[in-house]
Design a protein. Structure first.
Length: 127
């Protein structure tokens, strides 16, 4: 099967040795996104709602670059440095996803790149 590297300037550039996403067949593996603003590569300012929204916006940009959408995500992994933000993730996520929701895991972590407080990665299946 052919491997296709996905890249868009509408999402933050990779800050390491990885691709924004890799497509194999109809499956797309989206790398972790933190709340970086693509144009500045700086963490977005504002409260936690703004940061979570920026991560979803970044994931959406990569999904669209792979000819998909957030509705095509079948598995979403969320990493939080403070699990007390979990209810807020649910609230913001409801603005980006409709039923049927993707499978999901939420994991508490000690630290994330660049001092971010939230990161998400995903698996997308294109129809």
């Amino acid at each position: 099967m052919n491997r296709e590297v996905i890249f868009t300037e509408k999402a933050p550039a990779a800050i390491g040795t990885y691709s924004q996403a890799v497509k194999i067949g109809r499956t797309v593996y989206l790398s972790g996104q933190i709340p970086l603003v693509p144009e500045s590569m700086e963490l977005v300012g504002g409260d936690m709602t703004v940061q979570i929204s920026q991560v979803f916006d970044n994931l959406r940009a990569v999904a669209e670059a792979a000819d998909g959408s957030l509705a095509d995500i079948v598995k979403l992994n969320i990493y939080l440095t403070d699990l007390s933000h979990f209810p807020l993730v649910n609230e913001v996520m409801a603005h980006y996803f409709k039923q049927p929701y993707p499978a999901r895991a939420v994991v508490g972590v000690a630290v994330l790149p660049r001092g971010a407080v939230v990161e998400m990665d995903a698996v997308m299946e294109l129809v």
